[in-house]
Write a protein that binds this ligand. Structure first.
Ligand SMILES: [Zn+2]
Length: 330
């Protein structure tokens, strides 16, 4: 976890003395780490070690991390619904009434508690007479949206902004480059810093996959078939399908740009950062060959969804991809 260490230490010390409230309000802006603090608090309570944040390695800690602990329930908006349904709160109450199965407590994490609507009344009943083993963690960015009757029954935990240096250090420890830049841009919210960093990781992956196409275009058949064999070799079918799909997704746009450019008019490229390669490809391959390759990629993406033979598909692509030795990327 990034930041909020002292808060967790304090809660762990109290838990060790058996001073656990039945309901906490975990407040703070988006990306500050409310969900993570809630999980760590659940781990603190259920882990046998009484360590702040849990030991992280015992079965209980790992189950909570993976969201499969039978005594720790996350209640959140389902799918694209705007609010947490009243039936979700009823179900939560029935669940909470039962004794814990594996741990000492039954923990409910409600995220975001301001999205309850009429569920607030049902929730209030639980807060008024909580089962002795119940701990509710109500997360929200806007505590003011909670009824006063609910708010008054919560022990408030307001998360403070995390110092940028602490975020930077944590990002760097995770092997993220330019950690300082992301930390500064996050304005004290670790979740924002992580989201920015993962956006960068996605960008890096895209660039890698784009360069792979140009390398293939510049390669002869032997290298292309070796590439197809490598990619088809992944034994986990889902990972293989994902690896192929991410390539075809990026490549269909690159080939589409080259096709349009070969016809002499690329006003709005889908991949402006690859303008140089697109123009080189367009000037060395005919528009109809590029169009053929673009359509083939589209077809392969469709076929992939029906579990077509990956190796055969990739070899077909290797055969039909135009050859243009001059577009090898820098
Ligand atoms: Zn543990």
């Amino acid at each position: 976890m990034i930041g909020h260490r002292r808060l967790l230490d304090r809660l762990a010390a109290r838990a060790a003395r058996d001073e656990v409230a039945h309901a906490y309000g975990i407040f703070g802006p988006r990306g500050i780490g409310k969900r993570t603090v809630a999980l760590r608090l659940a781990q603190t309570l259920e882990c046998g070690t009484h360590e702040a944040g849990g030991c992280g390695t015992c079965l209980s800690c790992r189950k909570i991390e993976r969201g499969v602990h039978p005594d720790v329930r996350l209640v959140t908006r389902a799918g694209d619904r705007k609010l947490i349904g009243i039936e979700q709160i009823r179900e939560m109450r029935e669940d909470l009434a039962l004794r814990p199965l594996e741990g000492r407590w039954r923990v409910v994490i409600l995220d975001d508690a301001s999205e309850l609507d009429q569920g607030q009344d049902a929730l209030l009943k639980t807060l008024e007479e909580p089962p002795s083993h119940a701990v509710l963690l109500l997360l929200t960015t806007t505590p003011a949206a909670l009824h006063e009757t609910i708010l008054s029954r919560l022990q408030p935990l307001t998360l403070r902004l995390v110092p940028p240096a602490e975020i930077e250090e944590a990002l760097a420890a995770r092997g993220i480059r330019e950690a300082g830049r992301f930390a500064a841009a996050s304005a004290g919210r670790p979740g924002v810093a992580l989201a920015l960093a993962s956006g960068d990781a996605l960008r890096a992956e895209r660039e890698r996959v784009e360069a792979e196409l140009y390398r293939l275009v510049a390669s002869g058949l032997t290298d292309r078939f070796a590439w197809a064999a490598d990619l088809a070799d992944e034994s986990d079918p889902r990972r293989r399908a994902e690896a192929i799909d991410v390539r075809l997704m990026h490549w269909s746009e690159l080939l589409r740009d080259a096709t349009v450019a070969a016809r002499g008019d690329l006003a709005r490229p889908l991949r402006p950062t690859r303008r140089a390669e697109t123009d080189r490809l367009a000037s060395s391959v005919s528009a109809s060959d590029l169009l053929g390759a673009t359509l083939l990629v589209e077809r392969l993406r469709r076929d992939l969804a029906f579990n077509a033979n990956a190796r055969a598909m990739l070899e077909l692509f290797a055969l039909r991809l135009p050859y243009a030795p001059g577009v090898r990327p820098a």
